[in-house]
Design a protein around this ligand. Structure first.
Ligand code: 13P
Length: 343
């Protein structure tokens, strides 16, 4: 029997599990590698992704889906096994980033629009044949003087809705990711501003999704948390971030949505985990809430690896630790104590 979109989405939202965002574009992964003094060759990128996907405990117990980049979905492990196969063998759903990046939004200084709709139907068909059962599209919203504009919010929400409809037409669950940035230069906004903008963005997003006929039961939302900008002079406690985030989501996200999987967006590893756990502890939310972290799942692993074969095991251990801590957080069961004893 073929899985419905809702079946796939529910598998991605399995209790105590979350999504590994390993879909860094060639330029982003080059930046990550540069930080450990490594050239970004095709083999290096393959070796690194392979070590993550072969981390058996993390993958089978804590990871429900993996977002891949175009190169990776076509790559084979050193022994010839397709990387997609490693992911499926671990019981996780393979997915694919399909947007072509955020470009300057015309006549709207300081704002961006995500491109990639042209030819998307055909690309989705190819990706489905390669094993992808979900996709990701990221829009970027910047807070600043007079920003975001309605133009930027509407244009990105419209593009995300068109993308989501194309995904569902082709048997692929869309991850809808409208990211309100916290880590851009000059991001000095406070928690209340982040919360208000996030609510405005999400409300517009669901209007567009409904207008496009997208089935929310086969859709996963990947939002940013309501959180102060990285240069904000007014800090917020973890409890305040969790409280504000839950309030915004309740106000803006229909109960039909299959699940919510946060991005980490520049939070420290432990912050991203703690916030997720506190949000789940608030409880009584109408959707499952988990992680879809890139940096917050991988930063420690990349550092431990350093591009050296002899460090593969310690890199896998670092990844497994973060995956386990976030798995606990997805169930609202993380604690600083657990973090220390497990480390
Ligand atoms: P971060 O968790 O590093 O923000 O990445 C998640 C992601 O997929 C961004 O598109």
């Amino acid at each position: 029997m073929t899985e419905t979109l809702a079946d796939i989405a529910n598998r991605m939202m399995a209790p105590g599990k979350g999504i590994l965002a390993a879909d860094e574009s060639s330029s982003t992964i080059a930046k990550r590698f540069q930080a450990i003094g490594l050239d970004s060759t095709e083999d290096a990128r393959r070796d690194y992704r392979e070590l993550l996907f072969r981390a058996r405990e993390a993958m089978s117990e804590c990871i429900s889906g993996v977002i891949l980049f175009d190169e990776t979905i076509r790559q084979k492990a050193a022994d010839g096994t397709p990387l997609v196969q490693l992911i499926a063998d671990a019981g996780a759903v393979p997915g694919i980033k399909v947007d072509k990046g955020a470009k300057a939004l015309a006549l709207s200084p300081g704002e961006k629009i995500t491109e990639g709709l042209d030819g998307l139907r055909e690309r989705l068909r190819d990706y489905h044949a390669l094993g992808a059962r979900f996709a990701k599209w990221r829009a970027v919203i910047t807070i600043g003087d007079g920003l975001p504009t309605d133009n930027c919010i509407q244009a990105n929400a419209g593009a995300l809705a068109r993308y989501a409809a194309l995904c569902q037409e082709n048997g692929i669950v869309p991850i809808v990711e409208p990211e309100v940035l916290m880590d851009n230069e000059g991001a000095a906004h406070d928690l209340a501003t982040s919360a208000a903008v996030t609510e405005r963005v999400l409300k517009a997003q669901f209007e567009h999704l409904v207008l496009a006929g997208v089935d929310l039961r086969g859709t996963i939302l990947k939002p940013s948390m309501a959180i102060p900008g990285r240069e904000s002079p007014v800090p917020a406690s973890a409890a305040e971030v969790a409280e504000a985030t839950a309030r915004v989501l309740r106000a803006a996200v229909p109960a039909d949505v299959a699940g919510i999987a946060f991005l980490s967006g520049g939070q420290s590893d432990e912050q991203a985990t703690e916030h997720l756990s506190l949000i789940n502890q608030i409880g009584d939310l109408p959707w499952p809430v988990t992680f879809s972290y890139g940096r917050a799942l991988q930063a420690a692993a990349i550092k431990a690896w350093g591009g050296r074969p002899e460090n593969v095991e310690s890199a896998q251990a670092a990844f497994t630790h973060r995956a386990r801590m976030n798995g606990l957080a997805a169930a609202g069961k993380w604690s600083a104590e657990a973090e220390k004893t497990a480390a």
